[in-house]
Structure formats: structure tokens, C-alpha cells
Design a protein around this ligand. Structure first.
Ligand code: TRP
Length: 335
């Protein structure tokens, strides 16, 4: 009798212990999966074209998403597409990404974001490194976007760039501005740069190319007429930059750029924003939207604080001296 009672108590205890263990391990799993976002999400990315800076922005986006618990291949699927600067592909790919019911869409560079914006008014569109979201007709108010679009903007520090040109090429008087007439992101940068350069008494001559095909002839016509060249964060110029650099090298004219990768490719100097950091910020914003944030109420994040990059090798080839004070301030010196 006594033993039976004891057995019953032990059995009840065992059931209780097993149940308790089961419960804690279950709640343990639940806790973990919440931290890494248990729900699987699928997003779409449209990159405008291949060039170093946009590739780096994309790597940053994956990092920003991972930082917020969305790991590609684990709880996140990314449908990645690259339009390679083809307008009809932008439209086709945008429509496909919308039809495939992605939870959010990312447009890397202005023309890609514009393509996505034209394709949907419902699915959230996050702009990755769009210079002038208002001028590109993507949002009407940077602080209160209002629709399904928000994102990260890269504002080129043009006034600092003019100071850089003054320091490295004090004898230059005429600056040729090379950009693509089809990119809204370039138009606003050219306007801002021209204003700042003219205030510093430069003569600024714009050289707009309709597409990559006209770059070589335009550069050949421009180089004899200018003392230095400046180019904004223009995707068309960036993707064909070696053509620009080889002509400039031959004509012995310095090319100022707006991004580090183009200084590495042979530009003389730049005040640049970290492309990777732009991507990380974009990825984090996508994660916030996946977690329920409303794009209409998410202000556009603006990056405008640049760092100095100089190419000492190119300066030496051109017989130019980079002032010691500038070398001290530079974050990257290419020897
Ligand atoms: N800001 C550009 C746009 O709005 C995209 C871009 C980012 C870019 N980084 C760049 C273009 C560097 C050329 C070089 O489209």
C-alpha cells in the first residue's frame, strides 16, 4: 500500500518534471527565434548597373539586414536583379519583382528606385543611395515621405570638393563637369557644384553625355579646353570610368571624383561618403520596414559628411603637389 502511494507520487513527479523540462525548452526556442526574426521574409533588390560603388552598397545592405537579425539564406531570401543600365530591363525587372510579391523592394541608385516606384504604390520601396529623392520625383518631403517610398540619400559634399580642387590645383581656372544627362541624381549635384565653384571664381563648363557611347568623344573634346575635370556620383560615368581616365592621363589633366572607388581607378582626389555605410543604413531601414515600420512615416536618412581621399601617385604623374595639411586630413592616401 505504502509503496503504491510512493510510486504514484514519484510518477506524478516524473510527469511534472518532464512537462516542466518540455515547457522550458520550448520557451527557450521561442526566445531565440524571436531574437533572429523567426518569420522568413523575401525581398527584392534592383541594382541599376554594375560598378564598384553600387556593388559595395549592396554588400552593405546584406550586412545591415544581418545586423538586424535578417540573415540571407537563413530567414531571408533576396531576389537580386541588375538592369545593367538598360531602361527597358528596369521596367521589366521592376514589374517582375512586384508580381513576385516581395515583402519589400530596394532600388540601388536613382534609375532603379524610379523603376520600382513606377511599378508599385503598395509594396514598400527603400531607396539605396539616391542623391536627390525630391528632384527625382520619388518623395515630396524628405521628413515625411507620405507614400510607400523612403530610404537613404547620399548628398555629395560639393563645397568641400571645391576647397580640395583649390588646394591641389591652385592654378586651375576652368573646370569641365562630366555627367550623364539621363540621370536625375547628377543634375542636382552639377547644379550645386557649379554654384559652389563659381562662387570660388572658377569657370565651369558642363559636358553632358546622353549615354556611355558618347563618353569617349565628349572627353576628347573637353580635355583641351579645361584645366581640371570634376564628375558627380554618376552611374553612367562610373561604369565607364577607365575610358575617362585613359584619355585624361594622356592629356595630363586631373579628374576629381565624388567617390573613393573612382580615385582608386585613377582620379586625383575626392570628398567621399562610405559606400558600405550607405548600404548598411539602407539594410537597417529595410529591416525596420519588415518589422512593421511605415515608409510614409520613416524620414529619408541623409548622409552628407564626407572624408578626403587622395591619389598621390596620380598627383606625382601630373607634377602636382598635395599640400601636407591636406595629406594630414585625408583618411585614405593612395601611393
Ligand atoms: N547616388 C547615385 C544615384 O542616386 C548612386 C551612387 C551611389 C553612385 N554611389 C555612387 C553613382 C558612386 C556613381 C558613383 O543614382
Amino acid at each position: 500500500m505504502k509503496n503504491k502511494k510512493l510510486l504514484a507520487v514519484l510518477a506524478a513527479l516524473a510527469v511534472f518534471v518532464v512537462a516542466y523540462l518540455g515547457f522550458t525548452s520550448l520557451s527557450g526556442t521561442k526566445g531565440n527565434s524571436q531574437a533572429t526574426n523567426s518569420e522568413h521574409k523575401t525581398i527584392g533588390v534592383l541594382q541599376f548597373v554594375t560598378h564598384e560603388s553600387l556593388d559595395e552598397i549592396y554588400r552593405g545592405i546584406e550586412q545591415g539586414l544581418a545586423d538586424e537579425g535578417y540573415q540571407k539564406g537563413d530567414n531571408l531570401t533576396i531576389n537580386f536583379m541588375n538592369a545593367e543600365a538598360d531602361q527597358s530591363q528596369i521596367q521589366k525587372m521592376s514589374e517582375k519583382l512586384v508580381a513576385d510579391k516581395n515583402a519589400a523592394l530596394i532600388g540601388i541608385a536613382t534609375p532603379a528606385a524610379q523603376g520600382l516606384a513606377n511599378a508599385t504604390k503598395d509594396i514598400p520601396v527603400i531607396m539605396g543611395a539616391v542623391t536627390d529623392p525630391v528632384g527625382a520625383n520619388l518623395v515630396t518631403d524628405l521628413k515625411k515621405p507620405g507614400g510607400n517610398i523612403t530610404g537613404v540619400s547620399d548628398a555629395t559634399p560639393v563645397a568641400d570638393t571645391v576647397e580640395l580642387i583649390q588646394a591641389i590645383t591652385p592654378d586651375a581656372k576652368t573646370i569641365g563637369v562630366l555627367y550623364s544627362s539621363s540621370e536625375d541624381n547628377s543634375l542636382s549635384q552639377v547644379e550645386a557644384f557649379t554654384e559652389a565653384a563659381e562662387r570660388a571664381d572658377y569657370t565651369v563648363v558642363p559636358y553632358a553625355v546622353p549615354s556611355t557611347n558618347e563618353i569617349a568623344t565628349t572627353v576628347t573634346a573637353m580635355l583641351p579646353k579645361v584645366d581640371a575635370v570634376w564628375t558627380p556620383t554618376d552611374n553612367t560615368i562610373a561604369s565607364a570610368f577607365p575610358t575617362v581616365i585613359s584619355a585624361a592621363k594622356e592629356a595630363k589633366k586631373p579628374v576629381y571624383t565624388s567617390v573613393e572607388t573612382m580615385v582608386e581607378e585613377g582620379g586625383i582626389a575626392s570628398v567621399t561618403l562610405s559606400q558600405f555605410d550607405l548600404g548598411v543604413a539602407t539594410g537597417k531601414m529595410v529591416a525596420a520596414v519588415l518589422n512593421g515600420a511605415d515608409p510614409a512615416k520613416t524620414p529619408v536618412e541623409i548622409f552628407s559628411e564626407g572624408t578626403i581621399v587622395v591619389n598621390k601617385k596620380v598627383a606625382e604623374e601630373l607634377g602636382l603637389t598635395i599640400p601636407a595639411s591636406l595629406l594630414e586630413k585625408a583618411t585614405t592616401i593612395i601611393e
